[in-house]
Design a protein around this ligand. Structure first.
Ligand code: FEO
Length: 397
């Protein structure tokens, strides 16, 4: 079924409920949509395509909208293959289609698909009339690749935003936010942003500033619902995440081999709750998928990490988490740390060095337990650490 979003603009995207891992990395418990749109006018315009495995369904929808009429233009807002890998087939079915992209897009189009004919290069701010509608093109590099751009239709107050404002979660028939159950999308938006776009906070901020002055009634991104009713909340979520601005809450994340570090984590989480912190999230790195841990680290301002020392270094799965946080350049967290060791303590040293590297500093006194912690009041030390983090968070409110 094809959805008409607003007069003459149609959704022709598809749901993917089969791929287990997005980018072969990030789980998709509720699927993902690859969004594509048609503007039906004197010239028919397709905006982005879909993952090629869904080509038959996609081209069926294109035909349902256009019948025997041609696709006159393809606008490429983003070249990542989940949006571009049907272009070769599009060219086969519509050989006269003109492909619109900026210089970086067209270089990638050649590089990925050896397509360099019948292309139209656009520069930032340029426009194209296709009948009743005007397309204006706005370069938004690194949201989330170098070539990314947005396309705006002033007559419809409609923005095709590329990956910006996207979310995981398949759509299931209806596509506009006011027609879908929104409950699954908010958390998935955090997870999508933190995992996929999270490294590019500054470019996202710039992009929001660039198009923020446009009158906008519809935001059509490449993944997830079309935003209409919830535009202010969605822009707010993206804007907050692009600034790495967390809500009041603490993620306690730990690795543990034999339960000692896990016990410390539970004590810390309990003490945070007792200190009045409402949002306390506990993650075992060996149990929680990394994507959910990163989601919560983007969501909350407090972070306490614990790890045992393992083979003279930090527990490997915590090491991987530190690398992913570093890659994303997460800013301004209230950070505490704890750990355990059997004969030589390394993990807590690594965690404090990590916090210095991130320019967060360390809040409270790190707790380090030797062997089973006999003869030391580890629970009191864990509670004191939790209290320090809670006080630091409350003082920042
Ligand atoms: Fe959904 Fe960056 O592509």
């Amino acid at each position: 079924m094809v959805n008409e979003i607003v007069n003459g603009v149609f959704y022709v995207g598809v749901d993917d409920r089969q791929t287990r891992l997005f980018e072969n990395l990030w789980p998709l418990p509720s699927g993902v949509s690859y969004n594509s749109y048609i503007i039906k006018d004197c010239k028919n315009v397709l905006v982005d395509t879909v993952e090629h495995a869904y080509g038959e369904e996609f081209f069926g929808k294109v035909r349902e909208v256009l019948g025997d009429s041609p696709v006159d233009y393809l606008v490429i807002n983003h070249m990542e293959p989940d949006h571009s890998s049907s272009i070769t087939e599009l060219k086969r079915r519509y050989p006269d289609v003109k492909i619109i992209g900026n210089a970086k897009t067209l270089a990638m189009l050649d590089g990925f698909y050896a397509i360099s004919d019948n292309v139209v290069e656009v520069k930032d701010g340029e426009s194209l009339s296709v009948g009743e509608n005007t397309l204006t093109f706005h370069l938004t590099p690194m949201v989330h690749w170098p070539e990314t751009q947005m396309t705006y239709i002033p007559e419809k107050k409609l923005l095709f935003s590329g990956d910006a404002f996207g979310t995981f979660g398949a759509l299931g028939g209806k596509v506009v936010d006011e027609d879908v159950d929104m409950s699954q999308y908010w958390d998935e938006m955090y997870r999508y942003y933190s995992n996929i776009v999270g490294k590019y906070g500054m470019p996202v901020e710039k992009a929001i500033a660039k198009v923020g002055g446009f009158p906008i009634e519809y935001i059509c991104s490449t993944h997830g619902p079309v935003w209409k009713k919830h535009i202010p909340e969605v822009v707010e979520v993206y804007s907050r995440m692009s600034r790495y601005e967390g809500e009041c809450g603490v993620v306690v994340v730990y690795g543990s081999m034999y339960g000692h570090t896990a016990g410390m984590a539970r004590t810390i989480a309990g003490a945070l709750a007792e200190a009045g912190i409402k949002n306390v999230v506990l993650h075992d790195v060996s149990d929680s998928d990394m994507s959910f841990i990163l989601r919560d680290i983007f969501k909350y301002r407090g972070l306490i990490i614990g790890a045992p020392t393992y083979s003279g270094d930090i527990f490997p799965k915590v090491e991987s988490l530190l690398a992913q946080i570093t890659l994303r350049g997460v800013k301004d967290r209230v950070f505490g740390c704890f750990g355990s060791f059997s004969w030589a303590g390394v993990a807590v040293k690594r965690l404090t060095a990590f916090a210095e590297h991130m320019k967060w500093g360390v809040t409270g006194t790190p707790v380090e337990m030797k062997q089973g912690g006999t003869g030391a009041d580890i629970p009191s030390a864990c509670k004191a650490l939790a209290l320090s983090v809670a006080e630091a968070l409350n003082s920042k409110q």
